[in-house]
Design a protein around this ligand. Sequence first.
Ligand code: G
Ligand code: G
Ligand code: NA
Ligand code: MN
Length: 248
Amino acid sequence: MTLEAALHGALRAGELHLEYQPLEDECGHWVAVEALLRWRSPIYGNVTPDQFMPLAERTGLSLALGEWILGQACAELARWPSLMVAVNISARQLADPGLSNQVRRALEGAGVAPERLALEIREAEVARAPERSHLALAELRAVGVQLTLDDFGGGHANFAGLTQLPVHAVKLDRALIHRMDVGARELALVQAVTNLARALELIVIAKGVETSAQRAHLQAMGVRRLQGFLVAAPLSVDALHRHMEAQE
Ligand code: G
Ligand code: G
Ligand code: NA
Ligand code: MN
């Protein structure tokens, strides 16, 4: 069976699930989680989204996957009243005129308030279709969800466009965070991007934080949301649940 055929059956066969990677606040409390799609295929073994999302985008299957992910993440979120959940939205989904209604239905179905859902849109995708993306984001914003520009500063940075983009937060690209270890100029870059975002009244989130030196620098810069292996790797629902019970 081809990967494409296997992926088509995966949703119905229950081979997909979500893991959740936490984001910590300045006190080290977990305040949000990012939903990350996982596929355990009986034929191909564990397949990462890097391997199958491009295929799902080409075939349009990412629309059905995306709808399932939104519903599942909202349903699972109902278990953790103190957390927000972030869901990645693909380019196809963002281009789909039905997206904002789909988001509304997922929230209503799970009885989750819109403010507790964040949607992450990759900057590269906004850059590819700026006008259409802008309209889609404005519509989602009207639903009341939080909007995050993902992988910000990762080579597609459109600083001029950022002043008009209806997002609440930017998530700094992992490469920016990793390069902080290189030296003072790399640190200065992260500081400058952070200052820019803050001047535009955007929340700044860092992903890919792996070392306590990175955490210390980011905290000194006033970055209050950190995500990465230093905080925690992506967790199963059960592992997250155990942690949340212990944190209460
Ligand atoms: O979690 P992992 O390293 O396997 O993710 C690899 C890539 O796939 C990342 O860029 C991530 O944003 C993306 N990804 C993970 N889960 C989802 C999802 O639910 N929807 C979309 N569109 N992308 C996802
Ligand atoms: O592109 P995105 O950040 O959405 O990809 C998420 C994936 O990145 C997760 O599946 C996870 O395995 C991986 N990841 C999460 N935290 C870190 C980190 O601190 N360092 C690295 N290298 N990868 C990470
Ligand atoms: Na990855
Ligand atoms: Mn993301």
